[in-house]
Design a protein around this ligand. Structure first.
Ligand code: PLP
Length: 377
């Protein structure tokens, strides 16, 4: 483990090595990230992998994630031009695809000049790009709307745009893509329809490389694999279908930790925290933990949300505040001030914490704040 944290963009953040006084931190496991990408490789043996590292590698650190993943994947997916620019500076040769952005001419020129591929989800943009004279050929991922109704062209616009782009001298290669709305639904019928729509449209243009599958598609819909897989959350250890097991079970990459900073006994009838949301009906032992919503732990976490202390689960008790939260340790043994507390990660899946809080692991991962020290191992 590298004990020097890498966050520290804020002057108030300590850059000291981690010791028993470090209150709140996240650990990232490169072994788990490598394990998870091998799972993707096993599920989609003959496919290329575009690892999604948008939103700072789903909160794991895009620089670190791309460094660990580079030997195992064929390219990286981002969602903002700034992300593509950072990644290009770090990886001069990597294949980079910019998803879902709205760019101006200057930005398209930058993409062409720097070998960054862009998703084209709008017919006007396809026409504009086909007419542009670009410094180097721009490779594009032409997107069909198969049912999500968020981005992507109608079948008619898609079928008009493909030949225009294919004939344009400024355009490099073309990939056909779509994005599923329901791939994690145990009922496969909607995704099957969406696969069929994509294949029907793309098939009119011969053997064009095809990309449909996000994590849930990779796991639950082998028929959607096509040429390029686009795994995101499964790389970081969450299985949106909850079906992988054994050697294919995914491993959490991020573990969010803190420490107990105080312990007190309260009597029946006493409350805890702001508004005394939690009211004890019997005597309770309460630990105060040095993490709060200022670190990215959700303020709306309800009483009962699990935390992990020395391998034992304990329920959140009382409203989460900015720097602290409180947990009922009455049923735990051998717990003292200074002990580590896992908020989510190894031993406590982020998806489970997310379920209590009405959210998903994606949001928890991307909300850990800058003041939290990051240790990559
Ligand atoms: C276009 C596109 N492809 C792939 C992904 C990866 O999805 P997941 O993280 O569910 O694997 C995303 C994520 O939102 C996306 O927007």
């Amino acid at each position: 483990m590298n004990n020097t944290p890498t966050h520290a963009s804020s002057p108030t953040c300590a850059t000291t090595e981690r010791d028993e006084n470090t209150t709140t931190w996240v650990e990232f496991s490169s072994q788990s990230l490598q394990h998870n990408v091998r799972v993707v490789r096993r599920l989609g043996k003959d496919c290329r992998i575009l690892a999604m590292v948008k939103a700072n590698g789903y909160g794991h650190g895009a620089n670190w994630a791309t460094r660990v993943l580079a030997p195992f994947v064929d390219g990286f997916g981002v969602a903002r031009l700034a992300e593509a620019q950072c990644l290009r500076a770090q990886l001069p040769e990597a294949r980079i695809v910019l998803m879902g952005s709205r760019l101006g001419e200057a930005q398209y020129r930058w993409c062409a000049d720097n070998g960054v591929e862009t998703v084209v989800h709008d017919e006007h943009v396809a026409t504009q790009l086909a007419a542009m004279s670009l410094p180097r050929p721009l490779s594009v991922w032409l997107k069909l709307n198969v049912g999500m109704n968020r981005l992507g062209m109608s079948p008619e616009a898609f079928c008009r745009s493909h030949p225009r782009l294919a004939a344009a001298p400024g355009i490099g290669h073309i990939v056909h893509m779509s994005h599923f709305s329901d791939a994690d639904d145990p009922d496969p019928s909607e995704t099957r329809k969406q696969v069929a729509r994509m294949r029907q449209c793309s098939g009119q243009f011969g053997e064009v490389p095809l990309s449909m599958a996000n994590s849930a598609g990779i796991i639950a819909h082998p028929d959607s694999h096509g040429s390029w897989l686009r795994p995101g959350i499964m790389l970081y250890g969450d299985d949106p279908t909850n079906t992988l097991s054994g050697d294919l079970a995914l491993k959490p990459v991020m573990t969010f930790k803190s420490r107990i900073v105080a312990i007190r006994d309260i009597a029946a009838g006493e409350g805890i925290g702001y508004s005394r949301r939690y009211r004890a009906t019997q005597p309770r032992r309460i630990a105060t933990v040095g993490a709060g919503y200022g670190d990215g732990y959700p303020r709306h976490a309800p009483d009962g949300t699990p935390l992990l202390i020395k391998g034992q689960r304990a329920p959140l008790a009382g409203r989460v505040s900015m720097d602290l939260l409180t947990v009922d340790i009455s049923d735990l043994v051998d717990v003292s001030v200074g002990d580590e507390v896992t908020l989510w990660g190894e031993g406590l899946p982020a998806a489970e914490v997310g379920q209590h809080c009405g959210t998903i692991s994606y949001e928890l991962f991307t909300r850990v704040t800058e003041r939290v020290a990051r240790y990559h191992r």
